[in-house]
Ligand binder design. Structure first.
Ligand SMILES: [Zn+2]
Length: 488
């Protein structure tokens, strides 16, 4: 029974030994408990399209509801389904609400189908509880509306909101693909159960459990009108959304994470550091690995939803727009991760010029796009080690050349420094003293200074290159550290 939804505002049916909560219609009985003849008579005489009526607290079977619908010719004025229970599938398709219907605390124990329904001036839709799924596919809301829905699955594909809307949802899945928003629409996960304090006996799992609902798609939606709060966006399809850079993300929306830890690519171990990614990158990488016959830690597309055009260029464009949105809302950590994703897509896009990709790949390898401090530090240390090795082996002369003073016969003194040379056997060159000199030259070169050390010609070239590469890597290192500190 639906005692939880009864708030004493309507006269209760006296049938069923006082256990019925349906509103009285005739002879103190509700639509369910009156005789069949009386019901027909009531529907024939009193059911006039557009005339206010209440079916509060009434328990509808599919057949009874269809009887009511045909009596009203699918046109309702002010109609109340407050606290009503639809214990079989409820089919509202083709209905137009011309007044303001009430669905407060209405519950659907099976699928509720509002596909294509014209909600007209409806301003409140709910709180509604549905045990399975509600479809609002292609429904139309003309007035500003507050929707409160607890349901496992909510289908808002193609819904048209002609005015502002606030959708508070408790449940598992919402799909908003192609929905039309002419004015701002706020979609949020409701933190409190709608039916709190009025909880019925029996199961209201969807309403009572703390679930983080998943948004499946905003493809085809004008995201500049959309605010999403506290949703799980790890499976959301963004491709095809308009003005994605103007989307407003409030509260704590979860994006998915990239695979982390060590994964093997053939025989090469690769360490992934976790970052926020969108589902489309998962699907694209997983598809790519599959086509190459490689096992991949990336998630494959779990649904049959066709993700159109999810190549690196499109995924990269989504990242770029989401990064802008994050920067706008001062969300530095996610902005940084989306920048990383954007650059990854540039690196992997076969449609871009080879030179650009090579440069991006280098940027990735030495510093993780200026975002991975450890990688930048490792690159710097490795570059310094190579420099040191080359200097000790080939760059530092065995002895500093002696300056020679000679007279050129015209009463002038000429001081000459012959070229530094290194002629010793290789194994004699790696000494402590020489290493010390090499380290000094290397360290000086990283901070752009010349060490003043005599070098062979080869050594001078090494120092020259080191003076360019060293400071660059140091700068990347500092950049990565700065961004890490900024991300806190
Ligand atoms: Zn009754």
């Amino acid at each position: 029974m639906n005692s939880f939804a009864y708030n004493g505002t309507w006269a209760r049916c006296e049938g069923a030994s006082g256990t019925c909560f349906g509103v009285q219609i005739r002879r103190s009985l509700c639509l369910v408990h009156m005789e069949e003849d009386e019901r027909r008579e009531h529907l024939a005489q009193e059911a006039i399209p557009g005339v206010p009526v209440s079916y509060a607290g009434t328990r509808f079977s599919s057949a009874l509801f269809q009887q009511v619908l045909s009596a009203y010719g699918h046109h309702f004025g002010d109609v109340s389904f407050e606290g009503a229970v639809f214990y079989e599938p409820a089919d509202f398709t083709g209905v137009a609400f011309e007044g303001r219907p009430s669905f407060a605390y209405c519950s659907f124990l099976e699928h509720a189908n509002f596909s294509g329904v014209d909600f007209g001036p409806t301003r409140d839709f709910g709180p509604i509880y549905c045990r399975t799924s509600i479809s609002l596919r292609d429904a139309i809301f003309q007035a500003p509306v507050l929707m409160q829905i607890a349901s496992s699955h909510l289908n808002c594909v193609g819904v048209r909101w002609e005015s502002t809307a606030v959708l508070k949802f408790r449940g598992e899945i919402v799909d908003m693909e192609r929905s039309v928003m002419q004015q701002p629409v706020a979609v949020s996960a409701a933190s409190m159960p709608f039916f709190a304090g009025r909880a019925p006996r029996g199961s209201l799992r969807v309403d009572s459990e703390p679930l983080v609902p998943r948004l499946l798609s905003i493809s085809g939606v004008d995201a500049s009108q959309l605010t999403i709060t506290d949703f799980d966006l790890s499976e959301c399809v963004f491709t095809g959304a308009f003005n994605l850079d103007q989307i407003s993300l409030g509260g704590e929306n979860d994006f998915g994470d990239s695979p982390s830890g060590v994964h093997w690519k053939g025989i090469i171990p690769r360490r992934f550091s976790s970052r926020r990614v969108i589902a489309e990158e998962h699907y694209w990488r997983s598809d790519r690995a599959e086509s190459r016959g490689i096992r991949s830690p990336w998630k494959s597309n779990p649904t049959d939803v066709l993700v159109v055009n999810h190549g690196p260029r499109h995924v990269g464009a989504n990242y770029r727009q989401l990064r802008k949105a994050m920067e706008e809302s001062k969300n530095e950590p996610d902005a940084a991760d989306f920048y990383y994703g954007e650059m990854e897509m540039r690196r992997c896009d076969p449609g871009r010029p080879k030179a650009e990709r090579a440069l991006v790949a280098l940027y990735w390898a030495v510093s993780g796009y200026g975002l991975r401090a450890t990688r930048a530090l490792v690159a710097l240390v490795m570059a310094m080690m190579v420099t040191c090795f080359l200097l000790v082996g080939f760059g530092i002369p065995m002895e500093d050349p002696l300056q020679e003073v000679r007279s050129d016969g015209a009463a002038r003194m000429v001081i000459e420094t012959p070229d530094a040379e290194l002629t010793n056997a290789i194994r004699d060159r790696f000494s402590f003293e020489r290493s010390e000199k090499a380290i000094k030259v290397t360290l000086d070169s990283v901070v752009f200074r010349s060490g003043g050390q005599n070098l062979t010609q080869f050594g001078s070239y090494v120092e020259m290159i080191s003076r360019v590469v060293g400071p660059l890597l140091l700068a990347l290192c500092l950049l990565a550290l700065r961004s890490r500190i900024k991300r806190g």
